[in-house]
Design a binder for this molecule. Structure first.
Ligand code: ACM
Length: 271
């Protein structure tokens, strides 16, 4: 199947301009079956106040931004994953929405909030869902989630073939290396759709990439260019979890030994 991403600089407070940039970048492109856009695409990232974050949030069921993306899905017969500033029950969530031609298929709310996000967003409360699209099973992570190996493992154990990873990365070069390792150790495809540009004191790092289950980069973007990447993938490679005839990346695990993870965490909190 064909998968892809759009690397661009969403415009803080101007979703129309962001949609115009997405349309311009996708003009003439044969749309892949699954396309990933960066984190917080409908709002921008570096809010200066809670009021601004709130003014730029939308409910998933009432979003002109998502309606526009759904029209792209209908036109191209594709699915889109988009980072979204979500307003729900009077709270904000840093969310990734999975859309298809018929509307919203599912969503994930970011578990690990980064820096000032902690001032604006509630931590995710929907766990780590995996969506079966028929052609593949998709898991979702958002930006700083990449730092926590546990979430990649859980998505792999839940059967994800492809992890879609909208991002607004600011720590130069780290996540781009990290996702290659997480792809390799979990034998999954990763579509890291990062953004470019600056907002206030933050410079975003681009270098979006599509990585295969060996950790090899199938396509990569430049640091500061708006661009579309497409790659042809064989989903079966994510389901071949043997690394030798006698070693399986999931079945060889020793979960009884890993119970310490939770125990040590509790101990540390109590200290
Ligand atoms: C990030 O989580 N947006 C760095």
């Amino acid at each position: 199947m064909k998968v892809g991403l759009v690397q661009l600089a969403p415009v803080l407070g101007n979703p129309q301009a962001t949609l115009a940039a997405i349309d311009r970048l996708l003009a003439g492109v044969a749309l892949p079956e699954l396309l990933v856009l960066p984190e917080l695409c409908n709002s921008g990232y570096n809010f200066t106040s809670m009021q601004q974050a709130r003014d730029l949030a939308e409910p998933i069921g009432d979003s002109a931004f998502l309606d526009h993306l759904q029209r792209i899905c209908s036109r191209g017969g594709c699915r889109i994953v988009c980072g979204f500033n979500e307003l729900a029950d009077n709270q904000l969530y840093n969310t990734a929405v999975l859309l298809g031609p018929d509307g919203v298929i599912g969503k994930y709310r970011k578990l690990h909030l980064f820096l000032n996000e902690k001032d604006y967003f509630q931590p995710g409360d929907l766990g780590l869902p995996v969506f079966d699209l028929g052609c593949c099973r998709v898991g979702l992570l958002i930006c700083f989630d990449w730092f926590f190996p546990e979430v990649w493992r859980i998505l792999a154990l839940k059967g994800a073939d492809i992890i879609c990873h909208p991002a607004n990365l600011v720590l130069p070069g780290l996540a781009q290396r990290g996702v290659e390792v997480h792809a390799m150790t979990n034998r999954v495809f990763v579509i890291l759709a990062n953004r470019t540009g600056r907002e206030g004191d933050l410079a975003f790092t681009g270098l979006s990439r599509i990585v295969d289950p060996r950790g090899d980069v199938l396509a990569s973007a430049a640091a500061q260019q708006e661009q579309v990447l497409i790659a042809d993938i064989d989903v079966g490679k994510a389901r071949a979890k043997h690394i030798t005839p006698r070693n399986h990346v999931l079945d060889d695990r020793r979960p009884a030994e890993y119970r310490l993870l939770a125990e040590l965490h509790e101990q540390k909190k109590a200290e």
